[in-house]
Design a protein around this ligand. Structure first.
Ligand code: HEM
Length: 440
């Protein structure tokens, strides 16, 4: 059977694009959700051609789609069988010259992973996060001051994109003059399928399903440039802070902790890229979708505003479940085994579809309903249980709480004023632009 025949078998609509084709991800959310519901009901795991073969790609040009909650949880819990190496954040295997910048702990198994996670986890302890709270509130206040004086505009640029980048840069001690550069390169890294960031025409991408090898070569060059500039900045700051340590995260990482551990300049660089990429677009995505959801569901807005402190924690978990900001991460099979009734072989690639697990009707009653009082809510939006569970989950929860509190207290009538413009991506459920107004 050819790849496209298998692809057709895996589709709800045999004439529509499969989940490995970018045109699938350009469809409205409901259509995508219907297809994943159909995949969840099929036995085993579906093998899907994904993207197009590229010159440095090894192994089969397809993935097994892990779409049920129980299977995503099991794969996340068993890192020895389902490895994050050689890459968890890319469907293709990372060539060594790209790994210099992007081979962070998210793509590592133990013992390399646990060594680095132990050093960096201190930065995310509840004590250190509490210290960030004042800065966080001050940033949110400034952003809402600007919202009030603007009266409306683009919610992503004016609100959602601003807070996460300010927080991460403040944490790392990156001076404000570099923030725009950091934001620009983050967009390049995460928008690698979107026409706006790649320069490839939308028509081409939707017709062919993925960039061509020559596009990938061009995108890779841009990734390299972004990686080089971001790590260059952090290395330079790292050198300075070995001489003159401050209270920021770069200082903490480059100077040995009480156990004598520290990160090498290269590790600090790749960790920084991981942080700006993992912590920036994800939180921005949640903030943008939060305004969309509370506009579309006035009853849920009412519920939240009548008891903000009592309901915000549950609301955030429900937004993350409903939106699934990160659509999928990859695992690679290390030995012949089975998952979800599907025999698997060494080297097989799996994509853990968090968006699908978070709508699994076996776990969530009426899964498409947005209900901020949903309980329990065992979503996997921050990853499944296991060693790679999101390190920044508590920071993200704090950022979203502080931002929504400031917004809904000072401009309770804020709402969207038109359709959001989605990012074209099978990795992030992102929003590029979304008009808003602050009057009812
Ligand atoms: C709502 C916002 C966020 C979502 C939905 C999210 C989602 C995720 C997911 C799904 C993973 C699991 C990756 C895997 O299993 O392979 C992950 C890992 C990670 N996240 Fe987040 N994330 C968010 C915010 C943040 C923030 C704010 C930061 C830091 C500033 C952050 C830093 C990380 C890091 C460092 C990892 C890798 C952990 C490891 O490999 O041990 N994330 N995130």
């Amino acid at each position: 059977m050819t790849g496209s025949e298998i692809d057709r078998m895996a589709r709800a609509d045999p004439n529509g694009p499969g989940i490995g084709h970018l045109a699938f991800w350009a469809q409205p959310e409901e259509q995508r959700a219907d297809e994943f519901a159909r995949l969840r009901a099929l036995p085993g795991l579906q093998f899907v051609p994904f993207g197009r073969p590229v010159p440095f790609q090894r192994g089969q040009a397809g993935i097994h789609a892990v779409v049920r909650h129980a299977d995503v949880v099991e794969a996340s819990r068993k890192p020895k069988l389902f490895s994050s190496e050689p890459a968890a954040n890319m469907v293709i295997d990372m060539p060594p010259w790209l790994a210099v910048y992007f081979d962070s702990m998210i793509n590592m198994d133990d013992p390399r992973h646990s060594t680095i996670r132990k050093v960096v986890a201190r930065a995310f302890s509840p004590k250190l996060l509490a210290k960030l709270e004042d800065d966080l509130r001050a940033s949110a206040r400034r952003i809402v001051d600007d919202v009030v004086s603007s009266g409306g505009g683009d919610f992503v640029a004016q609100v959602a994109a601003r807070l996460p980048i300010e927080v991460i840069c403040d944490m790392m001690g990156i001076p404000a003059r570099h923030h725009d550069m950091v934001q620009r390169h983050t967009n390049t890294i995460l928008g690698f399928n979107d026409p706006e960031f790649t320069g490839i025409s939308r028509d081409y991408l939707l017709r062919h399903g993925a960039p061509a090898p020559w596009h990938i070569a061009r995108i890779t060059l841009r990734l390299l440039a972004a990686g080089r500039e971001l790590t260059g900045l952090v290395r330079k700051l790292g050198q300075e802070r070995i001489q003159h340590p401050g209270s920021d995260l770069i200082s903490a990482l480059v100077n040995a902790n009480p156990d004598g551990e520290r990160l090498s300049p290269r590790e600090v660089g790749t960790f920084f890229i991981l942080l700006v990429v993992a912590g920036n677009e994800t939180t921005r995505t949640v903030l943008a979708h939060a305004l969309r959801l509370f506009t579309e569901h006035p009853d849920q807005r009412e519920l939240l505003l009548t008891d903000f402190d009592g309901r915000i924690a549950g609301a955030i978990e429900e937004i993350v479940r409903h939106v699934s900001p990160v659509v999928q991460f990859r695992r690679t099979v290390t030995q012949d085994c089975e998952l979800g009734g599907q025999p698997l072989h060494t080297g097989d690639k799996l994509l853990l579809f968090y968006n699908s697990a978070n709508r699994d009707e076996k776990v969530f009653a009426d899964p498409d309903r947005f209900d901020i009082t949903r309980s329990p809510n065992p979503h996997v939006g921050f990853g499944g249980p296991g060693p790679h569970y999101c390190l920044g989950a508590n920071l993200a929860r704090r950022e979203i709480t502080v931002m929504l509190r400031e917004l809904f207290t000072r401009v309770p009538d804020i709402r969207t004023a038109g359709e959001p413009e989605p990012l074209l991506s099978f990795f992030l459920n992102g929003i590029k632009r979304m008009p808003f107004t602050i009057s009812a």
